[in-house]
Ligand binder design. Structure first.
Ligand code: IPM
Ligand code: MG
Length: 362
């Protein structure tokens, strides 16, 4: 099992190091190979997604990704900015299905900015389409407006589009995810305004005929944004397009009060995947040893479950993380009174200790 390890920028290297430490004590034979990506790719090879990094990602069975981005690259032309690395990997590897769980751990309900009763026990899953929509739709650019009230003046434009196979494949992924959970799927769109959204909705309804056991409902994205803060527990699985999913998944993550805890997976049609924490590169705290490595450690668990067929090892890691929370270990981002504040490395060590002391797979 070959794992491409792409630490990236900011806190990426420190948190990935802890996840690698955890992988290395499982007693499995993983071949881990590291490569630069994002700003680190640009520094090393002149491109955020160097050819050698892309080649490694393609040949590996799974990718463990840290984070990319740093303010110091803001002045680079768009094609060279760190974000292009993650967009390029998603596109080149056809990682179209993005799983973003938002779970409020019982020990951390106090860390949420919402009232405890609204978020305690929260466990929802956002399935975000990752290869289409206005993110990748052509044409795009800056031009002279060909029509409209301001015809002839300069305008910026992008294109929102979704083809039927694109919507179908994410619909199947979402319905199947809902089947394994609470059997409720909410498709989020803006069908009251957008043609693309009406089309998305019609395809969802068509695919739903194959999943009689899943209850499908539809919600406009503005209402979904409201319901997520009003009654987040009323959701089970949400499926939505690339743009709406980007926004709603940040909102959902923040409900839990601990974006530093949330892993994510981006899968292709064969369940090969890229695994990364839901948070970003946090350049302001990079190198200080205070970042929370748990989202990356939990991403490694997702990798074991979805791409490497090692659900028992994934369970072990998730149990170990629960254990360290019970023991009261907290990094600064999830600290509440009465807990033990630790840094990045000590948190990784605590997970390793919990793994060593916990039950092993049969
Ligand atoms: C995310 C990020 C990316 C996105 C950026 C870094 C391009 O916000 O993974 O949600 O917009 O998809
Ligand atoms: Mg985002």
């Amino acid at each position: 099992m070959k794992i491409a390890v792409l630490p990236g920028d900011g806190i990426g290297p420190e948190i990935v190091k802890e996840a690698v430490k955890v992988l290395n004590v499982l007693g499995e034979k993983f071949e881990l190979e590291e490569a630069p990506v994002g700003g680190a790719g640009y520094e090393a090879k002149g491109h955020p997604l160097p050819d050698s990094t892309l080649a490694l990602a393609k040949e590996a069975d799974a990718i463990l990704f840290g984070a990319v981005g740093d303010w110091k690259y803001d002045k680079l032309e768009r094609a060279l900015r760190p974000e292009q690395a993650i967009l390029g990997l998603r596109k080149h590897l056809q990682l179209f299905a993005n799983f973003r769980p938002a779970i409020c751990y019982p020990q951390l309900t106090g860390a949420s900015s919402l009232k405890e009763e609204i978020v305690s026990g929260l466990d929802i899953l956002i399935v975000r389409e990752l290869n289409g929509d206005i993110y990748f739709g052509a044409p795009r650019g800056v031009r002279e407006a060909p029509d409209g009230l301001f015809a002839g003046s300069k305008e910026g434009f992008d294109t929102m589009r979704y083809s039927e196979p694109e919507v179908r494949r994410i619909a199947h992924v979402a319905f199947q995810a809902a089947q394994k959970r609470g059997k409720k799927l909410t498709s989020v769109d803006k069908a009251n305004v957008l043609e693309t959204s009406q089309f998305w909705k019609d395809v969802m309804i068509d695919v739903s005929k194959e999943y009689a056991d899943v209850e499908l409902s539809h919600m406009y994205v503005d209402n979904a944004a409201m319901q997520l803060v009003k009654a987040p527990k009323s959701f089970d699985v949400i499926v939505t397009g690339n743009m709406f999913g980007d926004i709603l998944s940040d909102e959902a993550a923040m409900l839990t009060g601990s974006i530093g805890m949330l892993p994510s997976a981006s899968l292709d049609k064969n369940n090969k995947g890229l695994y990364e924490p839901s948070h970003g590169s946090a350049p302001d705290i990079a190198g200080k040893g205070v970042a929370n490595p748990l989202a990356t450690i939990l991403s490694a668990a997702m990798m074991l479950r979805y791409s490497l067929n090692k659900a028992d090892q994934a369970d072990r890691i998730e149990n170990a993380v629960r254990k360290v929370l019970e023991q009261g270990y907290r990094t600064g981002d999830i600290l509440t009174p009465g807990c033990k504040q630790v840094g990045t490395v000590a948190m990784g060590d605590a997970v390793v200790a919990a793994l060593r002391n916990g039950p092993r797979p049969g």
